[in-house]
Design a protein around this ligand. Sequence first.
Ligand SMILES: Nc1ncnc2c1ncn2[C@@H]1O[C@H](COP(=O)(O)OP(=O)(O)O)[C@@H](O)[C@H]1O
Ligand code: SF4
Ligand SMILES: [Mg+2]
Length: 317
Amino acid sequence: MTPPVLALRNLSVAIQGGPRIVEDVSLDVAAGEMVGLVGESGSGKSMTAYAALGLFPAPRVRIEAGAILLEGRDLAMLSQKEWRALRGSRIGMVFQDPAGFLDPVLPAGRQIAEALIVHGDRRGLAARVRALLAQVDLPESVALRYPHELSGGQKQRVLIAAALAMRPVLLIADEPTTALDVSVQAGILKLLDGLRQELGLAVLLISHDLAIVAQTCTRVFVMYAGQIVESGPTEAVFAAPRHPYTQGLLASLLDPQVRSELYAIPGTVPAAGMSPPGCRFHPRCPRARADPCALRPPVLTMRADGRMDRCWLADAD
Ligand SMILES: Nc1ncnc2c1ncn2[C@@H]1O[C@H](COP(=O)(O)OP(=O)(O)O)[C@@H](O)[C@H]1O
Ligand code: SF4
Ligand SMILES: [Mg+2]
């Protein structure tokens, strides 16, 4: 059987000598599939993405346990040099703030060309840049424009073109539409979905916004305080969420007029290392019971239908 393009196996990321930021996360993304990773800000989504990219925003952050497999090959032991060769070639990445990743003094076409040049690929650069611009639905004229001459959505498309330059098998998109106007978001999502389909790309789409994942992903993983708390096919999870956290996130999408106070999730995600004992969600959970919720941590459990949840009281309907 073909292995998934990306597989995280029991991945834990920790600050050296400090708390775990990501704990025991397992997920996989197959070729031609878009999988969502959702949760409020501070849940550990970006840390999971960084780990899967061999990048760490702080020098003391390390993979503590688990494996990262790309097409079946374990990446956890790669050297920095090997990681650099992989990023931007087999794995493409797109982040929240397109402006921050573009050089203000270089025209867009040149920046896309750089994505090829850094990997030693200089053949037919101009034609390939044109083809990449077409692939992200930008006119050729964009090649000569500087970042300040482009809209937010166009900048993100330029970065997606650069991410695709080396024909990656996996694209990791961390909040790719968060910095964009709502009117532009749908176009970027449609583009990512089209690329998934046309190129057979595996896409890991990370977002704090459940609505975005609902539109595009076939499977979803819900993250809270560094752990996966629910996963399954998007339609099934959204139609009948089993974890109170997912239920609260979904309710928060409802029109505020309709939304009852009961559903609003009070409080915030605990910072790494500050999670309470028992279920990490219990201080915010409307269904929490002193026993077992505040005493013993629930385990991520697979139900008969293959969906998973980490809740003592979840109904497995
Ligand atoms: N450089 C860092 N050093 C220590 N802790 C960090 C660092 N970056 C993020 N964290 C902590 O890791 C947790 C998860 O952060 P992050 O992955 O950015 O969440 P998300 O992307 O879901 O918003 C948070 O508790 C945050 O405080
Ligand atoms: S284990 Fe208890 S506190 Fe945690 S989500 Fe389930 S009901 Fe809520
Ligand atoms: Mg993030």
